[in-house]
Design a protein around this ligand. Structure first.
Ligand code: CP
Length: 361
């Protein structure tokens, strides 16, 4: 069985994606000091589909550009004409609050026209195929398509079919690159640097596109990443031990795996909880939500094992009282709202880089 790409294991959502560029066979080298100190990377990408082949310098370029966008957002009238005359289409086949709203605002702040299309209110309901929808959006004159789809690889198909730029706003279990970029931005803005920081990602890693993109992004930036969760929700082989025949060789960068959250959290700088999708219990992957919470909920008692200045993060939406306690989610050590706020600047940076490259704002 082929082991490349986001859909090589049993039970995945249908995929249209192409293989990852970085693999376990040739793991991404830790970025060298020269790279960290080198001049800013030049943006050469036509699309943003995943972070699996991004260098640290490229990610830094996005984060530095987001710094400039934060400055725009802090202005009395946060509007600039940088993308005036361009059209951004958001096409969402799945629900979204944060990603969709922040892309819309990001485009508007930069002066673009933004058109939002949901599958539920569009001709998709009449049976229009993804390819025909993409071609229709191209015919309208879109410059950028921001797409979310339940099928892993759908953004790659869109990128193949059209002339415009494509941003993956979440595809199946595969990738959510702008979420990982805003997470890295939030860690960097609070802790100064991602390199050397211990980041614990807790929950359903197997079915999480957020976790996958964060594994690529955070390891590229030199973080020490630990993943934690029940064995049924962790991809086999993630820790380098590919004993099972559904192991993830070639699919994700190797990281430390812990099944005991108390041990995983020891000395952490950041603890990132993932949303537990309740259908995982129906699928027999969990005995009960109560049992899951008992073992894997991020709460104040557990966070006491982390560094005293550690933060908690969550991509949202949250199941309060399941994967994270309500008091921690809304407390002083939570960066959850800050993640949402930073999402606007990071998505402005992505749109800007895709459409204007290195030209000043
Ligand atoms: N984190 C995230 O993707 O949230 P939405 O589903 O609300 O966009």
């Amino acid at each position: 069985m082929a082991r490349n790409g986001p859909n090589h294991r049993r039970g995945r959502t249908p995929t249209l994606a192409r293989p990852n560029k970085r693999s376990r066979a040739a793991p991404a080298p830790a970025p060298q000091a020269e790279e960290a100190l080198s001049p800013r990377a030049v943006w050469r990408r036509r699309h943003l589909l995943d972070l699996d082949d991004f260098s640290a310098a490229e990610i830094e370029l996005v984060l530095e550009t987001a710094d400039a966008m934060k400055e725009v957002l802090a202005r009395e009238v946060p509007r600039v004409p940088t993308l005036r005359g361009t059209t951004i289409v958001t096409l969402f086949y799945e629900e979204s609050t944060r990603t969709r709203a922040s892309f819309e605002l990001a485009g508007k702040v930069l002066g673009a026209d933004v058109i939002n299309i949901s599958s539920s209110g569009s001709s998709v309901q009449k049976g229009e195929s993804l390819v025909d929808t993409v071609r229709t959006i191209q015919a309208i004159g879109a410059d950028v398509l921001v797409i979310r789809h339940s099928a892993s690889g759908a953004p790659y198909l869109a990128a193949r079919e059209a002339d415009f730029r494509v941003v993956n706003a979440g595809d199946g279990w595969h990738a959510h690159p702008t979420q990982a970029l805003l997470d890295a931005y939030t860690i960097r803005s609070r802790l100064g640097d991602v390199r050397g920081r211990k980041v614990v990602i807790v929950g359903d890693i197997t079915h999480s596109r957020v976790a996958r993109s964060n594994l690529w992004g955070l390891t590229a930036l030199g973080a020490e990443v630990v993943v934690c969760g029940p064995p049924t929700l962790l991809p086999a082989g993630l820790d380098g031990l590919c004993a099972r025949d559904d192991a993830v060789e070639g699919d994700l960068p190797p990281v430390r795996v812990e099944h005991d959250l108390d041990q995983a959290i020891e000395g952490a700088d950041v603890v990132m909880a993932l949303r537990l999708q309740k259908e995982r219990q129906q699928a027999g992957l969990l005995p009960s939500l109560r049992e899951y919470s008992r073992l894997y909920q991020v709460n104040s008692e557990r966070l006491a094992r982390a560094r005293p200045d550690a933060f908690v993060m969550h991509p949202g939406p949250i199941n309060e009282g399941v994967e994270i306690s309500a008091e921690l989610a809304h407390g002083a050590r939570s960066l959850i709202e800050e993640q949402v706020t930073n999402g606007v600047a990071v998505r402005m940076a992505v749109l800007y880089l895709l459409l204007r490259g290195e030209k000043p704002v």
